[in-house]
Design a protein around this ligand. Sequence first.
Ligand code: ZN
Length: 233
Amino acid sequence: MRIGLISDIHANLAALEAVLNALGRLNPDRLYCLGDLVGYGPFPNECVELVRDHCDVAVRGNHDSGVIGETPLRHFNEHGAKAVEWTRSQLAPENLQYLNTLPMTHEEKLMTLVHSSPLKPEKWTYILDWKAAKKCFRAFDTPLCFIGHTHVPAIISEDSPIDELRKGTRYLVNVGSVGQPRDGNPRAAFCFLDTDQWTCEIHRVEYDVDRTAGAIINAGLPGFLANRLSAGI
Ligand code: ZN
């Protein structure tokens, strides 16, 4: 089975289109989304519709949760809160309804999917270091657990942070962000898992950053959200 995994799209349509094109060439059997379809970016309806049409499974992110009123605005920083309110005003009822249907976690034989952390997912904790990552392994039983939320890709085994899969070891994989990378690399990120070959890779693709940055400004969203995209921060 070949599975594409995407996260933290943040209503960045140009980035999502570039990732879906790149994924299409890899011919996945399934496509999974780890949440934060919206927030920060200027194309929430288009991105929700693409995820709904292309993804077999999607879980809820903190921005999705903020937009549907589950997570209070005080959870977000100033720019994030503004974008949550703007997104709520823009989303078509059926797209809000779709965000409402997203579960917090999804589990199947080989993997657990959760936006922030398998430890108390509703707390939206950031897994920022090896110590925090290690604690996560007690909170899932599957060989693999995929997360997003920090916008920084990483493949971490129970024993060490590494970058390729070995048999018999469990992994926590942060798939990175489609729409707002924060690892200093502005290219959109996604993850590709091949369960027969037992390989897992983070891919990066160029997209039209200026198109998204211009639309953020035109929408009246904070300029900081436009400027950070070209730096990948
Ligand atoms: Zn996010």
